[in-house]
Ligand binder design. Structure first.
Ligand code: GUN
Ligand code: FE
Length: 426
């Protein structure tokens, strides 16, 4: 059922500097795992079903390392504030509605359907602090066939009454319940420990979350060094920490013992960066959000030079769009502004680099994901870019570049596979 061959014009990033292109290539998938890309069908696979996408772009599924499912409801609204005011004015009131399971059901159906129609195959997701609504979100994401980590958010301080857990102990008990309910229940989704960010979580809560992460082997996601006012606040809240990163690391919530993804990292200083590098923390670069709420520009060239673990996040609804094509373009554009306005020694990102970030870079959080090399899980997006017509001849690399800039997912998505399973097919 999920062993087949895809024929088309195939592109993938072998590493951050290497785009592999093969016109009229054959991508072999056996039991959901890539066996490689070939110029002709190898003899031993000749019996497999051929799925014909001749003339179309065949690329790996996109990985969204950071998205807030409950915020999808107000995407594209309320971008007139900075982070902390933005949270209080827009994010927290919306998220408080997810105590109502009817509302959550409606909103999460809309969210899951939208992600299904996008080029995203893998996502790392914030829910809300409501356990039941978050489990409902996991039911829906699991059924979709896309692969996700989903977090019940923790918040026990500096939050409104209707979006705050009553104590660290109750927050921890509910999180343990959440892990027990979900860790072995699903094929395609798993829980991830999700302290919202240091200002929302007491030291006692953080300590307990670190213990749960270790006890159950559960990964971690949060926000880090996104906005100047936020970083200053964390300095006041955790005077014992040398930097914001240590406020997680102290409690075992920073890459060790469990894989961790931190969104933003716009204002990380050299010590914090060194700590991330040493612990293998993944950075989710969220350029749309960093622009919309005027957080700043993350130094991605520096992170690439340091060979950090990197991917892209849509960060809806700080980001206005769930499209990872948009995220790639935003990453390109802000890197050009960074070079022009901030540091001319940091050359802008290029298309190969952002394509790598959106596929294999972020995919590494999930394992062997985001490439078509042998042994990678077979996540595939097929774009019919003839629906984006042009009069001149284009190389395959140019077609990819153009599809990215033109936001190919909405218009031209022909099919999407995750782990070799069909998610959508026109
Ligand atoms: N920091 C804490 N919560 C949030 C959130 O919901 N969005 C963003 N962008 N940053 C955060
Ligand atoms: Fe976020």
């Amino acid at each position: 059922m999920n062993s087949f061959i895809i024929h088309g014009d195939i592109c993938y990033a072998a590493d951050k500097n290497t785009l592999v292109t093969r016109e009229n290539g054959y991508l072999v998938c056996v039991d959901g795992i890539c066996k490689g890309v070939f110029g002709t069908v190898p003899e031993q696979y000749a019996h497999l079903e051929l799925r014909e996408y001749g003339g179309m772009l065949v690329i790996p599924g996109m990985v969204d390392l950071h998205i807030h499912a409950p915020q999808y409801a107000y995407r594209g609204l309320g971008m007139d504030k900075e982070l902390l005011d933005w949270l209080n004015t827009y994010a927290f009131p919306e998220e408080s509605k997810y105590s109502n399971l009817n509302y959550a059901d409606k909103a999460y159906t809309i969210f899951t359907d939208a992600i299904k129609r996008s080029a995203t195959t893998r996502l790392v997701v914030f829910g809300t602090l409501h356990r039941e609504a978050t489990e409902l979100l996991m039911d829906k994401l699991d059924k979709s066939g896309m692969v996700s980590y989903v977090g019940k958010v923790n918040m026990d301080r500096n939050s409104p009454d209707n979006l705050r857990e009553v104590s660290a102990a109750e927050s921890l008990a509910d999180t343990e319940r959440f892990i027990l309910n979900t860790q072995h229940k699903y094929k395609n989704t798993a829980p991830i420990i999700t302290p919202r960010f240091t200002p929302s979580c007491s030291d006692e809560l953080m300590r307990g979350l670190g213990e749960l992460s270790k006890k159950y082997g559960v990964r971690v996601q949060s926000h880090l060094s996104e906005n100047p006012g936020e970083v200053e606040w964390v300095r006041e809240l955790c005077p014992w920490a040398e930097n914001y990163g240590e406020a997680y690391d102290r409690f075992g919530l920073f890459g060790k013992p469990q894989k961790t993804v931190m969104a933003h990292c716009v204002y990380s200083d050299d010590n914090e960066i060194a700590r991330m590098k040493e612990n293998g923390v993944f950075i989710a670069h969220c350029p749309a959000s960093n622009t919309n709420v005027a957080s700043g520009i993350a130094p991605m060239r520096k992170y690439l030079e340091l060979d950090m673990n990197l991917g892209l996040g849509s960060d809806v609804a700080g980001g206005h769009s769930e499209s990872m094509f948009t995220a790639m373009v935003d990453a390109l554009q802000v890197s050009r502004l960074y070079w022009r306005l901030v540091d001319q020694s940091k050359k802008p990102l290029n298309v190969t680099e952002v394509f790598y970030l959106a596929t294999k870079g972020g995919g590494a959080f999930f394992g062997k994901v985001g490439s078509f090399e042998e042994g990678y899980e077979c996540d595939v997006v097929i774009l019919n870019d003839s629906l984006l017509p042009h009069p001149q001849g284009l190389s395959l690399q140019e077609r990819l570049e153009r599809a990215i800039y033109l936001g190919g997912d909405v218009k031209a998505m022909e099919a999407k596979y995750c782990r070799g399973n069909v998610i959508i097919r026109n």
